[in-house]
Design a protein around this ligand. Sequence first.
Ligand SMILES: [Zn+2]
Length: 270
Amino acid sequence: MTSILENRPLLKAEIDKVAEVAGYLWQKGWAERNGGNITINITEWVDDGMRTLPAIDGPRPIGKKLPHLEGCWFYCKGTGKRMRDLARDPMANGSVIRILEGCTHYEIVADQPVLPTSELPSHLAVHDDLLAKGSPYRASLHTHPIELVAMTHSRKWMEKDVATRMLWSMIPETKAFCPRGLGMVPYMLPSSVELADATIRTLDDDYDVVMWEKHGVFAVDTDVMSAFDQVDVLNKAALIYLAARGMGFEPEGMSDAQMQELSDAFGLAK
Ligand SMILES: [Zn+2]
């Protein structure tokens, strides 16, 4: 069987990034069992040959109408699939789908009839919102970073921007590489419409990374590697905080003036 990635080096490079990130998620202990999801908008790498390919499954309903996804294509992790397996074989543990006319249904085009993640409606709703805003972001990532999730078990850190300020203050790179900080969403049922809507509202409130209380993060960026990097720097900051606490003291953190100086010097968003 010929893969859709064959003779499409640019598309393959994007899928390879998904596989690389999936491996990191597993190595970091953030992707137990089939935990986590990745969905990337691959429309810009779709060529005429792909457009003529027949569907191998579907059409299936998305569950909602997403008007900005007309003509869009996505690579999605498969439902029940493991990140550690996806890292080895992305096209056996995820699939390429296209959105059908009317934006209410999708069909699977390649390589195998792997059903997309059960979180597909919420991931696609985020992509719909990104396109509506004219955002250059094409990747969404959900994962379970241990220390960041642990923090959400405290009311204090769930207050708006309290965790962001502490994480930014641990090491200058955190603010430089996650300049919008960490948006907080209170606990809601996984896969629910309410959680998807709250995630979009929080992204629209000018965050790239959203924390789901007692569950995980949802991050967006231009590509999956950049989305992963934002989560990685935030969790690194949480680990530095934890290390200081483990040494028996509350870390001082950079001052507000030092963080403002950083924003001014590097032209950061906040
Ligand atoms: Zn999850």
